[in-house]
Ligand binder design. Sequence first.
Ligand SMILES: [Zn+2]
Ligand SMILES: [Zn+2]
Length: 300
Amino acid sequence: MLSGLPPYMPVDSSSQTGPSTGPRRLFFDSHMHTPLCKHAEGHPVEYAAEGWEAGLKGIIMTCHSPMPNGFSHRVRMDPADFDRYVELVAEGAGRAPDGFEVRLGLESDFFPGMEEWLADLHRQADFHYILGSVHWHIPEYLDAFWTGDIFAFRQQYFWHLAESAECGLFDCLSHPDLIKNAAPESWDFEEMRPVIIEALDRIARTGVAMELNTSGLYKANPEMNPGPQMLALMAERDIPVVIGSDSHIPRRVGDLFLAALGALENAGYENVSYFENRRRLDLPIDTVRESLMTFDSQFA
Ligand SMILES: [Zn+2]
Ligand SMILES: [Zn+2]
């Protein structure tokens, strides 16, 4: 120590529930799963415990929606498990650390022809947030849209992404360049740029948000979804962004959030968003970063 100054004292995270004027927990991880989708593990209460450690104010559970007629049933909850899903999230909320929020959301698949079914599903519970996903890698999608031409397939993906915003069912579009993991060795952003611009112009007109998904760094094309060039095009169009870890195991909650905030700033963003009662809330990136660094056990 250079002087008689007291050592830095981390803020006691248990003191933030009262009407304190100091830093507060502010942000949410808005994308994570439950074992009901058959490829994730951990009870929501375990995701909540990790979210608390990561300095978050809460988490939004967004497990893979049920779909009709056995559509990609191996990687999603069965329609008969939907009530159990709502219960599981409520159990997580009831057993979470004091003041920590565990909220109900859903990751629904966009697939042409399924819109009415999803509209009805989304009325079956009080959701805070609904993600819409184009999952190009599921067998039903490949059967319907793979023609042997990778450029055409990528283009179709971005057209679907725009349609998924325009259909009005979703608050935010998940991992919106997931297609770069199809034949990742030949992915060329510049080749796709005109198609992506056309899709983003359509999405921007809807006001629907887009996700910055940190799990992309663990995929075949190891970049967040979307990558920096697409994020910059989104920023130019003022498309709001929600950050999600897409955790399928509890310990990934809040994973790479500081890196994600940095990526947003580099792209030209000043705010980052999350949803409550299906309404978007925006927070300054600086404030979110400060709150995470105050409460994350890694930094405190
Ligand atoms: Zn999944
Ligand atoms: Zn997904």
